[in-house]
Design a protein around this ligand. Structure first.
Ligand SMILES: [Mg+2]
Length: 217
């Protein structure tokens, strides 16, 4: 049965980059390597997201200008076939929602390109000082926590059947918590054993995802 809602991850799913790693790559190599290792450990389920979220951001301290640039980088790295997939879902009456542990302002250009309204874009808030310097992230956001995507999605009261699509352990949680009726692991950019193992289905491209979600009659 075709889903009525699809919850999409962004980093390494709708876009072929990890936002925090993208910013960290602009820092000294030692910082970038440490951040990338923390990201990988969290997405592989070896460390919880709350363990790594604050330390990662404090270490990279992204400026407002860098978050704007990251927004353009997400757009440039959009997954092949993603535009068609979301458009086809919309034509079939299925609502697409973005639920990301990424920083929300950076997600908005990508969402706009996909035709997903900003009200359906859920990410972590960030605050800047008067000169655009990093101050803090939204510490109340469930999306900065390991099981937060499930909590947030449950609160959205989206129509079912509801399918979640992503590459990380924080995406799989939406399924294991019982909030999603199905979880599809997206391995087009990153393949994580524990995530694939827990998935109902696995796809390596958006064309395959479209065919899976909207089979031809
Ligand atoms: Mg991801």
């Amino acid at each position: 049965m075709a889903p009525r809602s699809v919850v999409f991850d962004v980093d390494s799913t709708l876009a072929g980059i990890e936002g925090i790693d993208w910013i960290a790559a602009r820092r000294p190599a030692a910082v970038a390597e440490r951040i990338a290792a923390l990201t990988e450990a969290a997405m592989a389920g070896e460390r919880t997201l709350e363990e790594v979220y604050g330390p990662r951001l404090a270490a990279v301290a992204p400026t407002r200008a860098e978050i704007d640039e990251l927004g353009r980088a997400y757009l440039a790295a959009i997954a092949p076939g993603a535009l068609h997939c979301v458009a086809a879902l919309r034509a079939a009456g299925c609502r697409s929602v973005i639920v990301s542990g990424g920083l929300r302002p950076a997600l908005l250009p990508l969402a706009a390109a996909l035709g997903i309204p900003s009200a359906d874009v859920h990410g972590v808030g960030i605050t800047f000082g008067p000169a655009g310097e990093y101050l803090d992230f939204d510490r109340q956001s469930p999306l900065a926590q390991q099981v937060g995507k499930a909590t947030l999605v449950a609160g959205l009261a989206l129509p079912h059947p509801l399918v979640a699509v992503g590459d990380g352990s924080t995406d799989l949680v939406i399924r294991t918590a019982g909030t999603a009726d199905g979880f599809i692991a997206f391995t087009g950019f990153a393949r994580r054993g524990a995530v694939v193992h827990g998935a109902d289905q696995v796809v390596d491209s958006f064309d395959a995802l479209t065919a899976l979600l909207l089979p031809s009659p």
